[in-house]
Design a protein. Structure first.
Length: 572
């Protein structure tokens, strides 16, 4: 409810006579109203004076008692993104505009009690992208409850003091700290300025740890391996989470590479922003997380980081796409980059061009090209295929609306080789060549941090071969072993196995990009009728006399391949 304004003029255009009793009555009513609503409950909606001096609608998220028994309120400006949430004093609130606490379950309904239309929801989504599409409803509620209040208000990084945007799960000992001090080179953080000053006298770094892979003018890019520089990677994640609301913080940084962009001067290399990517991504992600620090935003660095990620994809000979979901600012940056890159090509190209050709030229995934051109209404679906309709005037108009292109990446200054794939990924090629079948992956059952292995992470691959093909592969493997096996190679269940050190001994041509791999052979021997122990219906046990024993397996090997069984290995 708003306050009732006193009329300034009567019907004759003259001011009414002063009525002291009426004014006193109104003042007392206002005081009683204010005392009745204080302290404000969590969920209350009220008008709040912002930094621009204007009042904006807010929702009370949390409250805390200060030393003089008054309350401070943590509010969310409903018209803006969560990054503007802040603690405010009572004086900033217009208590005459207090509304009743809104039930969270009906908050999405309009003032009339009707549900929002699809158009209304779409408008809200376009102006307020939170980027939690990967979370279900329960996880989203848990995330919002846990991160609803910023724990760190400001940070000091280099020569800048930066207001934070979101919650970041720093260790518990930093919960009571409103300001953190970061070393801009190693990213260690402290509670007090004096601690930072002592640290800076001891810190030997003048740039991020890792390899410098790009330098052009005053800009440098460093590649940091999360496995080799675990503490730096974790500190970078803590820092980034203060400005990113849509990402889950991963403490296992071993699987990621971080590309840190710096401005360089005589004092060192000062971090501007970064992006990260998985060392291996089955979904063709060339970027997992991207951030430009607030002091350096709107200078073209965001699009530079995006362009750099695609240049790395070109070096790898792959198409790439960013990991979803994107933050609101990240989505805008990517849309601008895709638009400018694609329209520049369409404007210069003469003749027909396909989505596949655009993807090969830019390393942008075909789906991203399609959605970008559809949003610009430059593509139509005709006769079962997509057709690009590019009028020069329309292209110029879209290019103008796309804004600046950002800083250019000088590819001649990029010195980089792709990260070597994990061995089990490369070994897939070997098994496919050998068997002609698609290998199956084995996953880790437990997390082993000392080896950098996470639960359910793929760690090996194998193929199961039967029939004549199995006999051929076994023959080639035994030939490498010169038909000699140890007695301990045979198990009590009638199975046997052995290993070879180099797969090229099997007759596979050596590939420098693959390298040389060893492999294990494991042979299972069964008599006819073993299926009764595995079938679903009329399942039965295999009799003891019908089972294959260790002696049976050794005899089969000696007769079938004229093999030799040794009691112990012979050193040459």
């Amino acid at each position: 409810m708003g306050s009732i304004d006193t009329p300034t003029a009567n019907g004759n255009g003259k001011s009414p006579p002063f009525d002291g009793a009426e004014t006193a009555l109104e003042s007392n009513t206002s005081k009683r109203r204010r005392s009745s609503v204080l302290p404000l409950e969590v969920g209350t909606r009220v008008m709040c004076r912002w930094r621009d001096g204007k009042y904006h609608p807010v929702k009370v998220i949390e409250r805390r008692k200060v030393h003089n028994a008054d309350y401070e309120y943590y509010v969310h400006y409903t018209e803006f993104n969560r990054r503007l949430d802040e603690w405010v004093k009572l004086e900033q609130l217009d208590l005459d505009s207090v509304e009743a606490v809104v039930d969270e379950k009906v908050e999405e309904k309009g003032a009339t009690g009707l549900k929002m239309t699809r158009h209304q929801k779409r408008k809200i989504d376009e102006t307020h992208v939170e980027g939690h599409e990967e979370l279900d409803a329960a996880s989203l509620r848990e995330h919002e409850e846990f991160t609803k209040v910023k724990n760190i208000a400001t940070i000091e990084l280099g020569r800048y003091e930066i207001e934070t945007w979101y919650f970041s799960p720093f260790p518990p000992e930093y919960n009571d700290c409103l300001k953190l001090f970061f070393c801009e080179f190693c990213l260690n953080f402290m509670k007090r300025k004096e601690q930072l000053q002592r640290h800076m006298r001891k810190c030997d770094l003048k740039h991020p740890p890792g390899d410098e892979i790009y330098r052009s003018g005053t800009l440098s890019m460093f590649e940091v391996d999360g496995k080799k520089n675990k503490v730096y990677g974790q500190n970078l994640c803590y820092l980034a989470k203060l400005f990113l609301d849509h990402k889950t913080l991963y403490y296992d940084v071993d699987l990621f590479l971080f590309y840190v962009l710096c401005e360089c001067d005589d004092r060192g290399c000062h971090m501007v922003g970064y992006f990260s990517k998985e060392k291996h991504s089955e979904e063709s992600y060339n970027l997992a997380c991207i951030l430009t620090l607030p002091p350096y935003q709107r200078k073209g660095y965001g699009k530079f980081l995006i362009a750099f990620s695609y240049e790395l994809s070109k070096k790898e000979g792959k198409v790439g796409t960013p990991e979803r979901p994107l933050s609101d600012l990240g989505l805008l940056s990517y849309r601008g980059y895709w638009t400018r890159v694609l329209l520049d090509i369409l404007k210069k190209h003469k003749g027909n061009i396909s989505i596949k050709e655009l993807s090969d030229m830019t390393a942008i995934k075909a789906e991203d090209i399609l959605t970008t051109l559809q949003s610009l209404e430059l593509i139509q679906y005709r006769k079962g295929q997509h057709v690009i309709c590019a009028d020069p005037k329309v292209l110029d108009r879209h290019l103008k609306a796309a804004g600046r292109g950002g800083l250019d990446v000088d590819v001649s200054k990029l010195i980089w080789t792709p990260y070597k794939e994990q061995k089990y990924i490369v070994s897939v090629k070997v098994l496919e060549q050998l068997s002609g079948q698609t290998p199956v992956f084995s996953k880790a059952r437990y997390t082993v941090r000392s080896f950098g292995i996470r639960r359910n992470e793929k760690i090996a691959c194998y193929v199961t071969v039967r029939g004549d093909k199995a006999m051929q592969l076994l023959e080639s493997g035994l030939k490498v072993k010169e038909y000699e096996l140890l007695r301990r190679n045979f198990s009590d269940t009638g199975c046997f196995g052995f290993g070879i050190q180099e797969h090229i001994d099997l007759g596979i041509k050596y590939d420098p990009s693959t390298g040389i791999y060893g492999m294990d052979f494991f042979v299972v021997l069964e008599r006819p009728g073993y299926r009764v122990g595995r079938r679903r219906r009329c399942k039965s046990r295999v009799g003891i006399q019908h089972r294959v024993t260790k002696d049976d397996a050794m005899k089969w090997f000696q007769v079938k391949y004229e093999g030799v069984i040794l009691n112990k290995s012979q050193n040459i």
